[in-house]
Design a protein around this ligand. Structure first.
Ligand SMILES: *Cc1c(COP(=O)(O)O)cnc(C)c1O
Length: 385
């Protein structure tokens, strides 16, 4: 099966992990600090806090921005469930803003309309999680302007989008948001096995993230509430979690980071081949905007169901039967049984639902060979005509 996305591990990656395995730190130690420094530098952010997943980074990011019971968090329905769950972890209420049909990201016009209505009803959101779907940055200028006007915080869920840029700003540099989160899950652009990171330019937020990822404990003498009796003393100052990344993971992530730009160049090369060779087919290809550089985490096509004889499920099955590991991104979050129980229903976010009904993600990752691409295109063509 040709997977839709997969990790690419080199001998250098393996050596980096093995070397760390022979060192005195396995858990969070100097490699994590090194990875954080490299990530911050790559993105042009002041601070980076690594965690054991993007999900935990999203959770403590919400907490660090003060999200709590009674507050609202809004996000895009066209995302992985973690983009919304982080609000519920904090006891906040979650709502969604529908997507725009071109880039499939949160729609700035719909966001503004919803903010106007929420202001009238006294229920403005405290945090909005925008998701750079498939690696394509959202319209951050408008979102940042609305954030100022309506006084909400912005988290960029850039799980798909490390290495992308918008308006010449590298995603993660914090120009348009309070916190940016990356995921290093193996299907993402670079991997640390499991892992995530939250970047910010605010030292207070960074301190809070680093406290919350490790039980709310500090060993920093400058931060202690009372004079320590001895060197063994640590203080728990708030309720935190064990969300730490290990040095083994950081060593892998750090080694992968050195190839990030090459990976994205390769993704662009492959996507250009798809763009060219699929344009005659009854499918809508993913759009790329001129004011941004996508990380191209995914290549989601939309089937023109009116002009083909098979359903989306049938096309999916035919491709899977022929070892093309297609997938679907995403089942709209509000249609998950858990979210339906909270009161959401079909029809709430029609653009996300319409997109989903026709969506199919075809394989895109740097390990694809020309022969794989030929085979994927051949198989897709046959299933559509
Ligand atoms: C993968 C992903 C996450 C979760 O990442 P983990 O590191 O697996 O926790 C969150 N949001 C989006 C958009 C993702 O694609």
């Amino acid at each position: 099966m040709i997977p839709y996305g997969t990790q690419s591990i080199t001998e250098e990656d393996i050596s980096a992990v093995v070397e760390t395995l022979r060192s005195s730190y396995l858990t969070q130690g100097p490699k994590v600090t090194q990875f954080e420094t490299a990530l911050a530098e790559y993105c042009g952010a002041k601070y980076a806090a690594c965690t054991n997943s993007a999900t935990s980074a999203l959770h403590i990011s919400c907490l660090a921005l003060g999200l709590t019971q009674g507050d609202w968090l809004w996000t895009s329905p066209n995302s992985f469930v973690a983009s919304a769950n982080c609000g519920l972890y904090c006891g906040a209420k979650v709502d969604f803003v529908d997507i725009e049909p071109t880039h499939l990201n949160i729609c700035p016009d719909k966001l503004e309309q919803k903010l106007i209505a929420a202001e009238r009803n006294g229920c403005l959101p405290k945090v909005i999680v925008v998701v750079h779907f498939a690696g394509q940055p959202c319209e951050m200028k408008t979102i940042a302007k609305l954030a100022k006007q309506y006084n909400f915080k912005v988290i960029e869920d850039a799980s798909h989008a490390i290495g992308s840029s918008y308006n010449n700003n590298k995603t993660g540099n914090g120009h348009y948001s309070d916190i940016t989160v990356f995921s290093f899950h193996p299907v993402k652009i670079i991997t640390s096995a499991e892992g995530g990171c939250a970047l910010t330019n605010c030292s207070k937020i960074d301190n809070k993230l680093k406290s919350l990822r490790s039980h709310g404990i500090t060993r920093d003498l400058d931060l202690m509430k009372s004079d320590p009796e001895g060197n063994w003393v640590y203080e728990q100052q708030e309720l935190g979690f064990n969300y730490r990344m290990t040095d083994l993971q950081a060593a892998l992530g750090l080694s992968q980071l050195s190839r990030l730009d090459d990976y994205i160049t390769q993704r662009h090369h492959l996507a250009n081949v798809y763009d060219e060779r699929l344009k005659e087919l009854p499918v809508k290809l993913p759009a790329r905007s001129t004011d941004s550089y996508s990380a191209l985490h995914l290549y989601p096509i939309q089937l023109d169901l009116d002009s083909i004889s098979l359903s989306r499920a049938q096309v999916f099955n035919v491709l899977r039967e022929h070892d093309v590991g297609v997938n679907v991104h995403y089942i709209p979050i509000h249609l998950q049984p858990f979210y339906k129980k909270l009161g959401f229903t079909a029809g709430d976010f029609p653009n996300a639902e319409k997109y989903y009904s026709r969506a199919l993600t075809i394989p895109l990752h740097p390990k694809l060979q020309q022969s794989d691409i030929d085979y994927i295109i051949y198989t897709l063509k046959r299933s559509l005509t």
